[in-house]
Design a protein around this ligand. Structure first.
Ligand SMILES: Nc1ncnc2c1ncn2[C@@H]1O[C@H](COP(=O)(O)OP(=O)(O)OP(=O)(O)O)[C@@H](O)[C@H]1O
Ligand SMILES: [Mg+2]
Length: 461
C-alpha cells in the first residue's frame, strides 16, 4: 500500500488518458493533482513540493523537458517520470541524464507505471535511510562528536578535514583525556575507508609478550596453545584504519616489525614465514614525548618519522576554557534524555572554567557525571556539588576583620570558616555529630543541615 500522503503531479494535455491514469492512481491511494499544460504544471510546482512528477514529453507550449528541468532545479530529490508516445532511446537517455528517474512509453498498462512508481519510492526511501544512518554515524564518530568552537579546536577541525580523505599516516599527540581516540575515529569516518573497519589496539594495555600475537596473529603450532591460525589486528584492519594507541609503549622488537608494516605494508604472523600484505591506514596516538624518547634511545627514530607524517597536537582543556560551557552542556544533555536539562549555576561554571584540568575532557566529564548523580538538587549544579578542589580556597589572611580596600567575598569567607571549624570539630569528636554540635554551640539538626549544604556528610553518628 502506498503512503496516502504521497503526492503526484500528473501533466498531460491528452484528457482521456490523463483522467484514466489519475483515477487509477487515486484508487491506489495517491493524492493526484492534474495539469493540462507545461505552464500550468510550472505554476503548480511553484506552490507545492510534490513527491512525484508524471509528465508527458510532448506538450503544446512549454514541453515536458523544460518542466522536468525547472522542477528538478527547484526540488532535486523529486521523482520525475516521463510519459511519452514518441519514446526513442535517445530521448530517454537524454532525460535520464538530466535527472529524470524513468520513463514509460504510451500506451502502457497501468501496472507498468505502478511498478515504476513503487520502485522509485523504494529507492528514495533507501537513500533517505542511508543518509540518515550516515548522519548518525557522523554525529557519533565523525567531526560531529567533537565539541568546541575555540580557535585551537577550529584549527584542529581544519587539519582533520584536510588529512582525513588521504591515506597519510597521522600521529596524534596530546595530554591524557584530550580526545585522541575521538579524533582518530573522526579521521576514519571522514575517509574513503569509512565503511571498512576501524581497528584500535592499545599498546600500553597489553602485556609485552602478548602484544606481538595481538598485532600480527599467529599460525597453528607457533607456540604452546596456538591450536589454530589466528589473524592479528593489523590483518583485521585490511582495507580500513589501524589505530595504534599509546604507541610510545611499544617494545623495540615490535617497533621494527611495525616499521615494516608502514614501509612495505607487509609482515608475517608469529611462527610463519609467509609474508602477508595489507592495505591499512595507520593512525597512532601518544601522550608521551616521542621525540624525547628518540633522543633517549627508547623509541626508534625511523619509526618516529614514519608515524609523524602528519602530526596533530590536541590542545589541553585549560587552553580552551571557552569550550567548557559547551562541553558541560553536551554531557548534561547526554544524560538528561528527554527530561528537563539540569542548569549549572554561573558560580559553578566560573570555577569549572578557571580549573587546570590535568585529566582534560575525561576529567570534566567525570566531574559533571558525579555532580549529576550526587548533587543536592535535581534542577541545578552548584559549587558545593563539585569536588573539593573546586571549593573556594580562602587564604588565612583573608580572615582579618578589617575590610580590604578592594572588598571581599563574604559568602565564600563564611562558607570557608564553617567548613574549617566543622571539619575540625568532627575530627576532634571522632565523627560524633552530637558532640561536634555541642563544641560549636549548634543544635544537632542545624549541624546536620550544614553538613549537607557543605557536602561534608560523614556516616551518621
Ligand atoms: N572535543 C570533544 N568533545 C566532546 N567530547 C570529547 C572531546 N574530546 C574528548 N571527549 C571525550 O572525552 C573522553 C576522553 O577522550 P579520549 O578517550 O578520546 O581521550 P584520549 O586523548 O584518548 O585520552 P588517553 O590519553 O587517556 O587515552 C571521551 O569520553 C571522549 O568522548
Ligand atoms: Mg586514548
Amino acid at each position: 500500500m502506498p503512503d496516502s500522503t504521497i503526492t503526484i503531479l500528473l501533466v498531460d494535455d491528452e484528457e482521456s488518458l490523463r483522467e484514466v491514469v489519475a483515477e487509477r492512481l487515486r484508487d491506489a491511494g495517491f493524492e493526484v493533482t492534474e495539469a493540462v499544460s507545461g505552464e500550468q504544471a510550472l505554476a503548480r510546482l511553484e506552490r507545492f513540493a510534490y513527491d512525484i512528477l508524471l509528465v508527458d514529453l510532448h506538450l503544446p507550449g512549454i514541453d515536458g523537458r523544460a518542466v522536468i528541468d525547472a522542477a528538478l532545479t527547484r526540488y532535486p530529490s523529486l521523482i520525475a517520470i516521463v510519459l511519452t508516445g514518441y519514446a526513442t532511446v535517445r530521448d530517454a537517455v537524454d532525460l535520464l541524464k538530466r535527472g529524470a528517474t524513468d520513463f514509460v512509453a504510451k500506451p502502457f498498462p497501468f501496472e507498468e507505471l505502478r511498478h515504476i512508481i513503487d520502485t522509485a519510492l523504494e529507492q528514495r526511501r533507501l537513500k533517505a535511510e542511508n543518509a540518515y544512518l550516515r548522519q548518525q554515524l557522523d554525529e557519533r564518530f565523525g567531526l560531529g562528536a567533537l565539541v568546541g568552537r575555540s580557535a585551537p579546536m577550529r584549527a584542529l577541525y581544519q587539519r582533520i578535514e584536510a588529512v582525513a580523505p588521504t591515506a597519510a599516516t597521522v600521529l596524534i599527540t596530546g595530554e591524557t583525556g584530550t580526545g585522541k581516540e575521538l579524533v582518530a575515529r573522526a579521521i576514519h569516518q571522514g575517509s574513503p575507508r569509512r565503511s571498512q573497519r576501524f581497528v584500535a589496539i592499545n599498546c600500553g594495555a597489553i602485556p609485552e609478550p602478548l602484544l606481538e600475537d595481538e598485532l600480527f596473529g599467529h599460525v597453528r603450532g607457533a607456540f604452546t596453545g596456538a591450536v589454530a591460525n589466528r589473524p592479528g589486528r593489523v590483518e583485521q584492519a585490511d582495507g580500513g584504519t589501524l589505530f595504534l594507541d599509546e604507541v610510545g609503549t611499544m617494545p623495540t622488537a615490535l617497533q621494527v616489525k611495525m616499521l615494516r608494516v608502514l614501509q612495505e605494508r607487509a609482515f608475517e604472523r608469529v611462527g610463519d614465514t609467509r609474508t602477508i600484505h595489507v592495505d591499512v591506514r595507520v593512525i597512532a596516538a601518544t601522550n608521551a614525548d616521542l621525540a624525547a624518547m628518540v633522543g633517549e634511545g627508547t623509541f626508534r627514530e625511523d619509526l618516529f618519522y614514519r608515524l609523524n607524517v602528519v602530526p596533530l597536537e590536541l590542545p589541553p582543556l585549560r587552553d580552551r576554557a571557552e569550550d567548557i560551557p559547551l562541553l558541560v552542556n553536551r554531557f548534561i544533555e547526554r544524560r538528561s534524555e528527554g527530561t528537563t536539562p539540569v542548569v549549572v549555576t554561573q558560580d559553578a561554571m566560573r570555577r569549572l572554567m578557571a580549573a587546570d584540568w590535568p585529566g582534560n575532557i575525561r576529567q570534566l566529564e567525570n566531574v559533571i557525571e558525579r555532580a549529576l548523580i550526587l548533587g543536592a538538587s535535581a534542577q541545578r549544579v552548584d559549587v558545593p556539588d563539585l569536588p573539593n578542589e573546586f571549593q573556594p580556597d580562602v587564604p588565612e589572611m583573608a580572615f582579618s576583620t578589617t575590610l580590604p580596600d578592594d572588598g571581599t567575598d563574604l559568602p565564600a569567607l563564611v562558607t570557608h570558616l564553617e567548613r574549617q571549624l566543622i571539619t575540625q570539630a568532627l575530627e576532634r569528636t571522632g565523627g560524633h555529630r552530637g558532640d561536634a554540635a555541642r563544641l560549636l554551640s549548634l543544635k544537632r539538626t542545624t549541624l546536620v543541615e550544614k553538613l549537607k549544604r557543605l557536602r561534608l556528610a560523614t556516616p551518621a553518628s
